[in-house]
Design a protein. Sequence first.
Length: 205
Amino acid sequence: MAGRNIRELSREIAGCRICIERPDGKPLPHAPRPVAILSATARIAICGQAPGVRVHASGKPFTDPSGDRLRQWMGVSDDEFYDAGRIAIVPMGFCFPGLDGKGSDLPPRRECAPVWRARIFAEMPQVELMLLVGIYAQRWHLRNRVKPTLTGTVAAWESLTTSGAVPRMLPLPHPSWRNNGWIRKNQWFARELLPFLQQRVRELL
């Protein structure tokens, strides 16, 4: 039953047009192409922001340099990363939101999360670890536990992952190469958090 529910929910998401038909603000400036990987068995869920332009073109999540870095952080191969039996990928917004005037990705569409997230995770109770990639996922899933800054939230990773709550939530910065300066400045991230992440991922795969 769970597998069938996941398949039906995935089909619903693939056909979602809410950002065109009932937008919260301006409609999506292009045809929707929802991108997500749901799973009835995955024990790890990656909760990112929204597809970028390359993912919009490919229809496959994290097919870009950010995806390469995220897989490196996790210590997984491409085959492991895209094995829906082991890893679910559920961004805050399922469609590429478009670009701002400076050529950067806009925030995830506001319509997505209220409509879909509760339903999705109700169908994925087996998830034990949620990787909260970026501030939008952290604000949604951590609620009152989120800190005023992304650095503060990520720095609190140890208390979040030992809180006893399941699924455990591990906050991460976005793996964009634009965050190279943040990574250099916060060397504890590579020294302390990434080894924990890779060990936990290995245990759950």
